[in-house]
Design a protein around this ligand. Sequence first.
Ligand SMILES: NC(=O)C1=CN([C@@H]2O[C@H](COP(=O)(O)OP(=O)(O)OC[C@H]3O[C@@H](n4cnc5c(N)ncnc54)[C@H](OP(=O)(O)O)[C@@H]3O)[C@@H](O)[C@H]2O)C=CC1
Ligand SMILES: Cc1cn([C@H]2C[C@H](O)[C@@H](COP(=O)(O)OP(=O)(O)O[C@H]3O[C@@H](C)C(=O)[C@@H](O)[C@H]3O)O2)c(=O)[nH]c1=O
Ligand SMILES: [Mg+2]
Length: 308
Amino acid sequence: MRILLTGSSGQVGGALRPLLKEGGMVIAPSRSAFDLSNPETLAGALDRFKPDLIINPAAYTAVDRAEDERELAFLVNAKAPAAIAEWSARHRVPLIHFSTDYVFDGSGDKPWREDSPTGPLSVYGASKLAGDLAIEAAGGPHLIARTSWVYAASGANFLRTIARLAGERKELRIVADQTGAPTTANTIADAVSRIVLSNASDLSALFARSGGVVNLACAGETSWHGFATAIVGGLKSRGAGLSVETIIPIATADFPTRARRPGNSRLDLSQLRERFGLTPPTWQDALSTELDRLVTGQDEQAVPAMRA
Ligand SMILES: NC(=O)C1=CN([C@@H]2O[C@H](COP(=O)(O)OP(=O)(O)OC[C@H]3O[C@@H](n4cnc5c(N)ncnc54)[C@H](OP(=O)(O)O)[C@@H]3O)[C@@H](O)[C@H]2O)C=CC1
Ligand SMILES: Cc1cn([C@H]2C[C@H](O)[C@@H](COP(=O)(O)OP(=O)(O)O[C@H]3O[C@@H](C)C(=O)[C@@H](O)[C@H]3O)O2)c(=O)[nH]c1=O
Ligand SMILES: [Mg+2]
């Protein structure tokens, strides 16, 4: 099988790349060879790559910057996925794509289901939702894994920001009224590679039956404050010398940002179990695995405990 993987320099793409090798030849073009900001070039590139499966974790993920770069965010997150999905539908080549909790308006306190009403608060969220809808409209065989609060031992993410700030400051102020599930890129890659490798002979049939959107995140919930507290505790218990003494819970209103973020980012994971038989690790277990990798600077993939 020829697997086209975008975004391999990113968190999810980087975690997926080594796991997919078992499934065949992984084609992982650089941004210049497959540029999502030029959607009209993608069909030609796909004709040349001739993939049997497309996995598209590449995205414009700078949430605040997107407020000022609306056009670019929509090119990368909506127009490019639309072009890829049209090619995928035309050639009946299955497509795996990724979505976000930021498609929701964050109201209430119930976990969002795959078919819950969307209502993005930010340009990033709106651009991702437009991508999801374009893929559905193209009508090809697809799976959209909707995840939340992604991080890894490397890359640009909240774990690395907090690790850095905790080394520089005595006090951190972190929002405590946004609730969701921090999810490691490895957890996502583990689940996606299990789905791909155990159904490699007919992913199109699987996606015709069980495709569409599926929520895929770590189990449990916390706030960004809870997550930061667990990161700092985990680093200290692993012997890291940190300056931080207090982590103060604050309200969203006391941490002004360019983009609005959802208060309720909980995702209901029951469909992941029912349709794919997968039970993700708790966010605490996945964090512990990832902190071990961060502290040891280990390059090898530590696969979290996804129970199939
Ligand atoms: N990060 C998060 O917290 C969350 C992410 N998601 C979704 O999960 C998916 C994976 O995200 P994640 O791995 O964290 O993303 P990252 O920000 O870690 O990586 C993004 C990747 O996309 C690539 N990319 C960006 N712009 C282009 C472009 N114009 N052409 C080609 N490639 C491009 C980047 O390449 P380069 O290195 O060249 O910049 C990079 O490889 C995305 O769909 C995202 O929306 C969902 C929920 C939470
Ligand atoms: C650094 C920092 C952040 N915060 C807050 C701001 C924000 O509400 C929250 C998280 O900040 P970040 O900028 O890391 O989060 P953000 O970039 O919004 O993360 C999002 O990225 C996109 C791509 C997604 O799809 C989402 O699921 C989500 O992971 O923490 C503090 O309260 N104090 C701080 O010192
Ligand atoms: Mg961010």
